[in-house]
Design a protein around this ligand. Sequence first.
Ligand code: UTP
Length: 268
Amino acid sequence: MITQAIIPLAGLGTRMLPLTKAFPKELWPLGKISILERILIECNEAGIKEIFLIISKRKNIIKEYFEKDYELEKKISKDASAIKKISILQEYRKKIKFIYQNSAKGLGDAVNTCRKKIKSDHFLLILPDDIIIDKNCSRELISVHKTHKSSVLATKKIKKEYVSRYGILGFSKKKKDVLDINKLVEKPKISEAPSSYAIIGRYILNKKIFKFLSKAKIGKLGEIQITDAMNDLLLSGERFNGCIFKGKYLDCGTLDGYIKSFKEVGAK
Ligand code: UTP
């Protein structure tokens, strides 16, 4: 059973500077709720019981967001609707554990901070830059995992000219919306891409990934990549499936993407 999720939030958000300098993009609104709350709702609906939010000292405001504010609550105590709006944060807080990444050494390093926390064989990893609306993507991945007992990556076919922006998977077989993955390549050149299927930010991974993440070396950009460790896991014999999810993907990692996503979501 998949009951634990890791949500890394400790990145620097350089593509959205200066807006992200003091206020993390994960707390920005997308429609009537924040990006992070959309992810937490997805986790809740998918049956996740424990959520590890990876933050850094410069993103302590995320922790504060979920803390009880006695003074505020006293001031609004007669306003039932305002109380209701903030009490939902307390509900989320019960499932959340905050973990600190000391310096932004990449997604792989961020995930590795949870190596001693994962209890069952597989866990869910969600990247908040990638919002998927209309259908619960984590739930779809969990269902594929239940059937195939594999690691599962959310995937979507993209235009060939964009492959160098994404992790791309290669596959040996496609049955309905499930692919048998045989290769994973991070941001390949068009000529070297094994397919046009991009990895979108939802993963179910075997906890053996931590063995490879712990051994991983920091790459050229000063970061530990998760794709390298996933490839090592694949080569070690772990089965990987791609799940072509049904929901609509919104890219909230760039300013243009965020603006487009906000228009798409509207007042929802
Ligand atoms: P990105 O590589 O997209 O980085 O991280 P970023 O910081 O969010 O944004 P840019 O690229 O600088 O604009 C993918 C996910 O991994 C987390 C990020 O918070 C994001 O959710 N991450 C990244 C960490 O938690 N720690 C890191 O060291 C790097």
